[in-house]
Structure formats: structure tokens, C-alpha cells
Design a protein around this ligand. Structure first.
Ligand code: TTP
Ligand code: MG
Length: 388
């Protein structure tokens, strides 16, 4: 049977979430990443901003020089996570074969769903419509017989596009495209191929697998397969995460204890909320510190009992931070926390009434945050961050 794979990718995701929340941002050059006078890079640029040459990954200061009138936004990751969850929920209605990739991208296998949703093309239109109605976002969708061609098709029809490659036409579709459209071909490989006289995917497809292996090793063989639209990778849900981590890079290196502790608390609350939403408990807490000179250390602590509670994770992380800071007095550039050795469920018998009270508090805060956003409620411990 011919497979029908959809690749769905939201357009200018971070920026579009901001535009959906504030109508005055619509149709304007908008950049998410931070203020242009701060260190950092562009995370997402609206298509209006892209007309000025702004794209993800370039320094904010360069983006400002390209388009001083652009609106620069710090961004709110919790909002993007929330939009991402809702996006994935919409798609899960259409097929059990769903594979999320990052926050704003997914593959969906629509093979055999014609009886319920019609042809894959109609299914894609329904998905786009629901995303527009419910999230006020636009998605671009590529449809093809395999993942790699579906992904390239969605990239080509951005923004708000829909592109279907008919069964059997995959190689013809790929042939005229530049090699840089193939996933996995970065600047270096592109340059190397150019030196060999190869600029299009069609030319690449005609090279012998042996010579591609000689030039690029094992990944040369994959390139040969992809260029020939051979890709039998299944659409499958990702393996369960072994750890969850959150980190932040400061706009200015710091040794301010109360600021570091408040940031740590914020990261731990974020991790706690994530653990609870996944119904998991963590046994190990790891602290990551990067100093101004880029030296990076990590320190771990095993909890006596697995937990999903903000306070427990924070207490462990704070202990690690205090030890690290007393050991070395150097300005800190990045602070991160990871929880690992994750397990599902908990032993209810272990809970005393004080623990239960605190658990209720965590959950009440989770509910408010789900409704109004992560920063809608701040615990006293993160107050030093207010206005930062
Ligand atoms: P992308 O899908 O690569 O980009 P996009 O959704 O902003 O734009 P496009 O219309 O081209 O799909 O990435 C999704 C989000 O991931 C993006 O909105 C912001 C985040 N991101 C970063 O934080 N840093 C990065 O370097 C990139 C590429 C993305
Ligand atoms: Mg995107």
C-alpha cells in the first residue's frame, strides 16, 4: 500500500503565538529572542521581519541593524509549551500514528484513514482549519510517501501552505531542488558537494552510493537514499524521556546570591510542574553551572525518595548550588537544573499530612498556571526576579 505521510510545521511559531495573543503585533516585523541591546540570538522571526534578512540564529544586535523598527520580544516559553501541547492534541484526533518533533513540528501517518477523514489532502485541510480556529496559528503541511519528502514539501510551501507530492512522483519533485533542502546537509556538505559539481538533489541522486560513502562516510549512504526518495522510517511516538532539564543564560554574568537562588527556584518550579503533568517522579537532581569563562560543571544528588515536588527539587538543587559557590567564586553565565531517574506514580503510604498539604499547593499552582500562563503566579522565592 502507498504510504501517506504528513509533515506539519507551524509557521514562525514563537512569534505567531505572540501575535495571536496581541493583535497589535500582527503583520509587523517581530522578533522573539530578547532585547536587541542584550546578548543573544533570534529564536523566531515573523515573515515580515524575514523580508529584512532577519532569521533564527543571528545575533539580536544584527537583527536590529537590519530592521531597527522591528518589535523585539523576550518571549515566554511556558506559553509556547502550552500552544505546542494544544497543537499536538489537535493532531492526535486524526491518527494514532503521530510523532512530535520538537515543539512545533510533527509527522502523522495517514495511511488507511481515507475511510474516516477522506483523502490525505482533505485531512490536511481539516488540520489546518482546526489549528487556525482553535490556536489562531497557521501551519504548513507537506504530504508524500515518506518522511523526508513530506518534510521538504512542507518547507517549500511555507507559510500557510499545503503541498502534496503524488505517489511515484517523489524523485521528480526532488530532482530540481538545491541539495541544501535535504535534511542533514549543512554548509560544509553543501560546499563539498559543490566542489564535486553537485548542486541539485537530482545530481546527488545519480552519484554512486560507494563514492558518497567515500566522501561522507555512513551519512553519505543516507544522503543517497534520501536524494532518491527512499526513506522507510516509520512514524512513531518518541521514546520516553530519561530526564527533563531547564536552563537559562543570564544577560549579564552574575554572582548575586539572591538572584541566583530565585532563578534556581523558578527553574525547579518549572521542572516540578513538568514532572507532575507527566505523572512522574525524579530520584536524581543535577545542577549545571557555566562560568563567565565558559568552564562548565555539573553536580548531582540522589534524593532519599523520588519526588515531583518543587520544594524537594529546589532544596536539593540549592544545596548543590551553595556547595558549588563556596567552592569557586566566579561569575556565573548559565544556570541549569536537570531531574533524572524518572519513574511513574508514587507510593501513597509514604505521604504524611504536611507532604500532602504541600502537594495540594503545587497542584493548585499548576492549575492556575495552566489557565493563565506560567508567570501568572509567582512564589515568594522567585520574587527577586520580578521586573528582570
Ligand atoms: P522552526 O520551525 O525552525 O521555525 P519557526 O516556526 O519560527 O519558523 P518556520 O515558519 O520557518 O517554521 O522552529 C520552531 C521554533 O523553535 C521557533 O519558533 C523558535 C524555536 N527555535 C529557537 O528557539 N531557536 C532556533 O535556532 C530555531 C531554529 C528555532
Ligand atoms: Mg516552524
Amino acid at each position: 500500500m502507498n504510504r501517506r505521510i504528513l509533515h506539519i510545521d507551524l509557521d514562525a511559531f514563537f512569534v505567531s503565538v505572540e501575535q495571536a495573543l496581541a493583535s497589535n503585533l500582527k503583520g509587523k516585523p517581530v522578533v522573539v529572542g530578547g532585547r536587541p541591546d542584550r546578548r543573544g540570538v533570534v529564536a523566531s522571526a515573523s515573515y515580515e521581519a524575514r523580508n529584512f534578512g532577519i532569521k533564527a540564529g543571528i545575533p539580536l544586535i544584527r537583527a536590529y541593524r537590519l530592521c531597527p523598527q522591528a518589535i523585539f520580544i523576550q518571549g515566554n516559553f511556558a506559553q509556547y509549551q502550552e500552544a505546542s501541547n494544544r497543537f499536538m492534541e489537535i493532531m492526535a484526533n486524526f491518527s494514532p500514528h503521530l510523532e512530535p518533533v520538537g515543539l512545533d513540528e510533527a509527522y502523522l501517518d495517514a495511511t488507511g484513514t481515507e475511510g474516516i477523514f477522506g483523502h490525505a489532502h482533505e485531512l490536511a485541510l481539516k488540520i489546518k482549519e482546526r489549528i487556525k480556529d482553535e490556536l489562531k496559528l497557521t501551519a504548513s503541511i507537506g504530504i508524500a510517501g515518506c518522511k523526508v519528502v513530506a518534510k521538504i514539501a512542507s518547507d517549500l510551501c511555507k507559510p500557510d501552505g499545503l503541498c502534496e507530492v503524488a505517489p511515484g512522483e517523489e524523485r521528480l519533485f526532488l530532482a530540481p531542488l538545491p541539495v541544501s533542502q535535504l535534511p542533514g546537509i549543512g554548509k560544509k556538505t553543501e560546499q563539498r558537494l559543490r566542489e564535486l559539481g553537485i548542486t541539485t538533489i537530482g545530481q546527488l541522486a545519480k552519484m554512486s552510493p560507494d563514492s558518497l560513502k567515500k566522501y561522507f562516510g555512513a551519512s553519505g549512504l543516507i544522503l543517497h537514499r534520501y536524494a532518491n526518495a527512499i526513506d522507510d522510517r516509520k512514524v512513531e511516538p518518541p521514546a520516553e524521556a530519561k530526564s527533563i532539564s531547564r536552563e537559562t543564560t543570564f544577560t549579564e554574568d552574575t554572582l548575586d546570591q539572591s538572584f541566583l537562588q530565585a532563578t534556581l527556584r523558578y527553574l525547579c518550579e518549572w521542572l516540578g510542574a513538568e514532572l507532575r503533568s507527566q505523572g512522574k517522579q525524579a530520584k536524581v537532581v543535577t545542577l549545571k553551572l557555566r562560568y563567565a569563562d565558559f568552564e562548565t560543571i555539573s553536580r548531582r544528588l540522589t534524593l532519599t525518595e523520588a519526588s515531583d515536588r518543587d520544594e524537594v527539587i529546589f532544596t536539593a538543587a540549592l544545596q548543590l548550588l551553595s556547595r558549588a559557590l563556596s567552592w569557586k567564586q566566579k561569575l556565573v553565565r548559565l544556570l541549569g537544573v536537570e531531574v533524572s531517574n524518572l519513574m511513574k506514580g508514587k507510593q501513597l503510604s509514604m505521604l504524611d499530612s504536611e507532604t500532602q498539604r504541600l502537594e495540594h499547593l503545587d497542584r493548585a499552582i499548576d492549575r492556575i498556571r495552566r489557565k493563565y500562563g506560567f508567570t501568572s503566579i509567582q512564589t515568594g522565592r522567585t520574587l527577586p526576579l520580578k521586573g528582570v
